[in-house]
Ligand binder design. Structure first.
Ligand SMILES: [Zn+2]
Length: 134
């Protein structure tokens, strides 16, 4: 049918947001929050990848970002599970600077490899690194 609109907002699972503590418990707290709030109806198959990638982004945020760190989980219906991590530093993650001892660059490389799409949006207030999985 011509003009049939894509489903862009999920009617099953509402968007959820969490302020993540800036310490070593952050990745496990973020994974637990994701498991509680992700959309089981549309995206049960991508939960493992989403947990892995959210750990990487949160670890990056804790190590290199600035508080507050906010995790947002959104379902866009069948078009994707969107996970965004916002922090208070406008400095974008630098994948190319990573050495063998620096797992922050590997984190972004993993996001690039496994996600359907991803990106970084910066503003005066900080940056948001996001990815989608379908
Ligand atoms: Zn959904």
């Amino acid at each position: 049918m011509i003009g049939c609109p894509e489903i862009l907002v999920c009617d099953v699972t509402p968007a959820a947001e969490l302020n993540v503590p800036l310490d070593t418990t952050a990745p496990s707290i973020a994974r637990a929050f994701l498991r509680r709030t992700y959309c089981d109806a549309h995206h049960a198959r991508v939960l493992d990848e989403a947990e892995l990638l959210v750990s990487e982004l949160i670890t990056n945020g804790v190590k290199h970002g600035a508080p507050p760190i906010t995790l947002r989980v959104t379902c866009d219906g069948t078009s994707g599970l969107r996970v965004a991590v916002r922090d208070g530093s406008p400095r974008a993650p630098q994948a190319r600077d990573a050495g063998p001892e620096d797992d922050s660059g590997r984190g972004i490389a993993l996001v690039d490899m496994l996600s359907t799409s991803w990106g970084v949006e910066t503003s005066d207030l900080g940056k948001t690194t996001w990815f989608t999985l379908t």
